[in-house]
Design a protein around this ligand. Structure first.
Ligand SMILES: Nc1ncnc2c1ncn2[C@@H]1O[C@H](COP(=O)(O)OP(=O)(O)O)[C@@H](O)[C@H]1O
Ligand SMILES: [Mg+2]
Length: 307
């Protein structure tokens, strides 16, 4: 049976769903932490070592979590992902996609660079300039969001509403990430999560927050919505701009009816989404990974052998 490594420090429900989906396709999913990998050029086996895969590297790796840590630690985890890809091991999503999307500054840049609508954003080091940008925005009647450059599940995301809020404007490890707040359409607060797999938007939901923070991890309720062509296309283009196999794309529809892309998640959760759709998302992910990267690779090897 082929073995697929699932990089995670907290397998939970998603890890289990993936293992079951891989098993249905004749593969064993095995959890391993990126903290347990090493580069070892002295090895006779392989220069990248993964705990439990000493004799043979996995056929593919599925990245469900990259641990936080010092710059060196995070760079090392990404090195492992990059190196595996260089060694022709499929990495789903790969190190490049993860690196670009985990960094909110780069995500905003890449979305804008691809001509996609994303809120006005400033990323900078200088506190005085950050305060002056924020003052200017507030003066013009806009509200602002301040986010940690690396963050997820709404952690550390703050809203600046009045000039006195600037008093506690703090950087995230020395860098300010400021973004114009988008007032969403309708009553209350909501945004949209679209799940994209290999260039196809497969499902969407509205996340209705208890406040303007619409993360499911912050108590937002999930509602099923129909995907319209514009929303589906936008999510596909956002996923493409960040070179991802699959993604969870966060989009807000503003009061004028225009869509704005807030974030493109390279390691998205899908437990909330699955409560409002009637198919198994892990099956779709496993099918895509195995079908495109492993079955195609096997057929190519067979063709090469018969030549
Ligand atoms: N510019 C914005 N305008 C309005 N709401 C926002 C904006 N940016 C973030 N939010 C809200 O905060 C939530 C978390 O922000 P996000 O950038 O997705 O960070 P995280 O990685 O923590 O999920 C979003 O889902 C959305 O509800
Ligand atoms: Mg988000």
């Amino acid at each position: 049976m082929g073995r697929i490594a699932i990089f995670t420090d907290d397998p939970g429900w998603h890890g289990k769903q993936l293992c079951l989906a891989f098993a249905r396709r004749g593969y064993i999913g095995e959890y391993v932490s990126l903290t347990e990998c090493a580069i070892n050029l002295d090895s006779t086996e392989t220069p990248i070592q993964i705990l439990g895969f000493e004799n043979q590297l996995p056929e593919a790796v599925f990245v469900r979590g990259v641990p936080g840590g010092s710059l060196q630690e995070v760079v090392f985890y990404l090195d492992v992902l990059h190196a595996l890809k260089i060694m022709n091991i499929p990495v789903y999503n790969d190190g490049y996609a993860i690196e670009k999307s985990v960094d909110k500054g780069m995500t905003s840049f890449l979305l804008n660079n691809a001509g996609l609508n994303t809120p006005l954003t400033w990323v900078l080091k200088d506190r005085e300039k950050a305060v002056s940008i924020a003052e200017q925005e507030l003066k013009q009647g806009h509200r602002l969001i301040s986010k940690p450059l690396f963050g997820s599940q709404g952690e550390g995301v703050r809203r600046l509403e009045k000039t006195t809020d600037l008093f506690w404007l703090t950087s995230s490890n020395g860098i300010y990430y400021l973004q114009r707040f988008i007032e969403c359409e309708g009553q209350g607060y909501s945004d949209i999560r679209v799940f994209v797999v290999f260039g196809k938007s497969i499902a969407a939901m509205r996340r209705c927050g208890t406040s303007w923070l619409n993360n499911v991890a912050r108590g937002a309720k999930c509602e099923a919505i129909e995907l319209n062509d514009q929303l589906a296309e936008l999510a596909i283009l956002a996923t493409k701009a960040l070179s991802m196999d699959y993604a969870g794309v966060d989009i807000i529809k503003d009061k004028q009816g225009q869509y704005s892309i807030i974030e493109v998640n390279s390691i998205p959760a899908w437990k909330g989404l699955e409560t409002v759709c009637d198919f198994n998302i892990a099956d779709i992910l496993a099918e895509d990974l195995i079908g495109r990267y492993l079955n195609d690779k096997k057929s190519l090897l067979k063709i090469a052998a018969s030549c």
